[in-house]
Design a protein around this ligand. Structure first.
Ligand code: C2E
Ligand code: CA
Ligand code: CA
Length: 517
């Protein structure tokens, strides 16, 4: 009976209970009003704090859960974006990769409208990149790739796409109005990429060659355009690198011709009769006697005539035939030299041969088969092969030298950084490149370079040969500065085995006086 009282009304609040008080005539005079005990309310009151806490906890849990869901969704989206980015970009440079570039090119070519869109496709390839990777290491190589990508990107007009196809190759897609603009752009790229790149204080130089195909002129389909840009690149490389070249129909013929030569070369190597090895003598500068000879291969093609090794040796290297070709030349040269009264026979070997783990064994087998003493064989290795840091290369060279075979560094001075590495090189002999010999007497400062090379070599106990000696003046200068051997058209052209045999049995050329060969 909480709050019981008398009231004239039956209780103002709904939870109050009113008991009417009546007279004996049944008239209501008022009410006894009270608040009855309500167990529900009491219970509710007792649990309210707990309920509040539980409710609050529930709200917090739900909020946390929603937050987690949100965060997970965001993380998923981020990851999705990242995956999409990685799938479409090159991880080293951040440029588009080949797949996304192709998709973009397809889209641009498909979006032709009424009038076909003018689009240029550039195929770019770095020159002299491999030696950088080999001598300065892969991080430096990566740096060069990124730097070159950035330099190209900075020159492109808006609306272009730049992609790294892989290795040291890039592709560019540019909408254009007139071809002159594309030519000017290519010239600018060649120039910019040719500027020195600073790697930890050291200036490094690379070059770039560019092939261009234009749409709709050369095609309106992606694969055709890319192929033609690649063909144009091949032509740019063939015409001396560090330049660009726009696709032309004649280039297609060039590529076809190359494929034919490759096929013919394969066939020629199986019967061997089309190859001839010529020998060019090298003369001691001091005595005028033939000290050694260099073997130079020739290919007498049945329909194309005589083909120069400058042309077919690189093809043999690319299509894996150099091992067979090298074997042929080595065998023939060792056989010929076994009977000749000379100190050494020199054979040119390519970098591809030196990288073959079985090369040293192959050479030893040929020596055994032909009976030539190892000390009578010299292998001429170019600087680029020399700088190849692959293990097989140096293992081969060490094994060959240990067997007594001489190693000569060919075309010395044309590569880079070999001067600095001469102290660690395992060579017996250096051949001063014809380029320097040509420069003698031309006020280019080549006298100083050649003299420095000869003195440096002598200090290291290495022999020197000057190649491509064509004039009396060159002969005199080289003899005076103490170059050991001279080789060139002034003395003798490369000649057949029989002719050389005859020359060797004849009287020697006396020092200082030239016999006309
Ligand atoms: P190389 O080793 O630098 O050979 C010297 C080249 O200069 C030869 O050209 C030779 O005939 C030429 N030569 C020699 N003296 C003179 C001269 O006084 N004036 C001029 N203008 N040229 C001269 P060839 O025989 O055409 O060989 C070209 C290159 O092909 C060689 O350059 C060599 O790198 C490569 N080669 C030749 N035979 C072989 C071979 O059996 N195997 C490999 N891997 N490469 C070879
Ligand atoms: Ca040579
Ligand atoms: Ca040479």
């Amino acid at each position: 009976f909480d709050n019981m009282h008398f009231s004239l009304s039956s209780g103002s609040e709904m939870w109050q209970v009113g008991l009417p008080l009546t007279t004996k005539y049944g008239e209501i005079v008022g009410y006894v009003v009270w608040e009855p005990y309500r167990p529900g309310l009491a219970f509710l009151q007792s649990i309210t704090p707990v309920l509040v806490v539980v409710l609050f906890a529930l709200v917090v849990v739900v909020a946390i859960f929603i937050g987690m869901l949100y965060r997970r969704a965001m993380a998923n989206r981020e990851q999705e974006n990242r995956i999409r980015y990685l799938a479409s970009h090159d991880s080293l440079t951040g440029l588009l990769n080949r797949a996304s570039f192709e998709a973009r090119l397809d889209a641009v070519l498909a979006d032709a409208g009424d009038k076909p869109r003018q689009v240029a496709i550039l195929y770019l390839d770095l020159d002299r990149f491999k030696p950088i990777n080999d001598t300065l290491g892969h991080p430096a190589g990566d740096f060069v790739i990124r730097e070159v990508g950035a330099r190209i990107g900075a020159l492109l007009p808006s609306g272009s796409s730049l992609c790294r196809v892989g290795g040291d190759e890039f592709n560019v897609l540019i909408p254009y109005e007139d071809v002159e603009a594309i030519e000017a752009l290519c010239t600018a790229i060649v120039k910019q990429v040719g500027e020195p790149i600073d790697i930890e204080g050291q200036n490094v130089f690379v070059g770039i060659s560019i092939g261009v195909a234009l749409s709709p002129q050369h095609g309106t389909e992606r694969t055709e355009l890319t192929r033609k840009a690649d063909v144009a690149l091949y032509s740019a490389k063939a015409s001396g690198r560090g330049c660009f070249s726009i696709f032309g129909q004649h280039m297609d013929a060039l590529v076809r011709e190359r494929a034919e030569i490759e096929r013919d070369l394969r066939q020629a190597l199986s019967d061997r009769s089309q190859f001839q090895v010529l020998y060019q003598p090298k003369y001691f500068a001091a005595t005028g006697k033939v000290g050694s000879v260099e073997a130079l291969v020739r290919w007498q093609h049945p329909t194309r005539g005589l083909i120069s090794p400058i042309y077919f040796v690189p093809i043999a290297e690319e299509c894996g035939l150099i091992r067979e070709l090298g074997h042929l030349v080595l065998t023939e040269a060792c056989q010929a030299a076994a009977a000749w009264p000379i100190d050494t026979v020199a054979v040119n070997v390519s970098a591809v041969q030196l990288r073959d783990p079985g090369f040293a064994m192959q050479v030893m087998a040929i020596l055994a088969a032909t009976g030539l003493a190892p000390t009578k064989l010299e292998l001429e290795v170019t600087e680029t092969a020399w700088m190849d840091s692959t293990d097989h290369c140096s293992t081969n060279i060490r094994a060959l030298r240990a067997a007594g075979i001489h190693i000569a560094l060919d075309d010395f001075g044309t590569g880079f950084s070999t001067f600095g590495r001469l102290h660690e090189t395992e060579v017996d002999h250096i051949k001063i490149d014809k380029m320097f010999v040509d420069g003698l007497g031309k006020d280019r400062g080549d006298e100083a370079i050649v003299q420095a090379i000869v003195e440096l070599a002598r200090a290291k106990g290495l022999k020197t040969t000057a190649e491509g000696v064509e004039t009396r003046e060159q002969n005199d200068f080289l003899t005076r500065i103490g170059c050991d051997e001279l080789q060139g058209f002034l003395f003798a052209q490369p000649m057949s085995r029989d002719d050389l045999g005859e020359l060797l049995s004849g009287p020697p050329r006396s020092a200082g006086r030239l016999s006309i060969a």
